[in-house]
Design a binder for this molecule. Structure first.
Ligand code: RB5
Length: 152
């Protein structure tokens, strides 16, 4: 991360992601990021779309530069975030996916399954996600088409 610019990372989860979220918040904080933690912080059952929606709105409003979403599988919360045209949420299971979702898809949200992925792997993937740039070029046109699926 550039030394002179503090970057804000938004993070949110449902009850299936509380443990992973705390581990990732700790990592982000050690790495010098500012964190916009949108909850949940309890294991009481909640609805993942509420957390995906709040994080997506925060990103769209420019309150953070990237987001992290966690639910039990990562599936529901990534589907919910991707309802927003400006959000490109990638459900990631490995380091290569973390790299490619940035280089090719300019993903602005990484999603994890708190019950399906180990915390060490999630840490590695998050670090790659935050430190990899979009390649642009041919991918620019494809990513632009995601904004309006009715245009082609
Ligand atoms: C909650 O039990 C679970 O359904 C949720 O965390 C997620 O896995 C949904 O996709």
């Amino acid at each position: 991360m550039p030394q002179n610019s503090i970057k804000i990372v938004a993070i949110a989860c449902d009850h299936g992601g509380v443990e992973m979220k705390s581990a990732l918040v700790e990592m982000l904080s050690k790495d010098g990021y500012e964190i916009l933690d949108l909850g949940t912080n309890q294991t009481t059952s909640v609805d993942y779309p509420d957390y995906a929606n709040e994080l997506s709105r925060a990103l769209i409003d420019g309150k953070a530069f990237r987001g992290v979403l966690i639910c039990g599988s990562g599936i529901g919360i990534s589907i919910a975030a991707n309802r927003f045209p400006q959000i490109r949420a990638a459900l990631i299971h490995d380091a290569l996916g973390a790299k490619l979702c940035r280089e090719h898809n300019n993903a602005n949200v990484i999603a994890f399954g708190g019950r399906t992925l180990g915390i060490e792997t999630a840490r590695d993937c998050l670090s790659i996600f935050l430190n990899t740039e979009f390649e642009g070029g041919r991918h620019e046109r494809r990513v632009a088409k995601l904004l309006n699926p009715h245009s082609t």
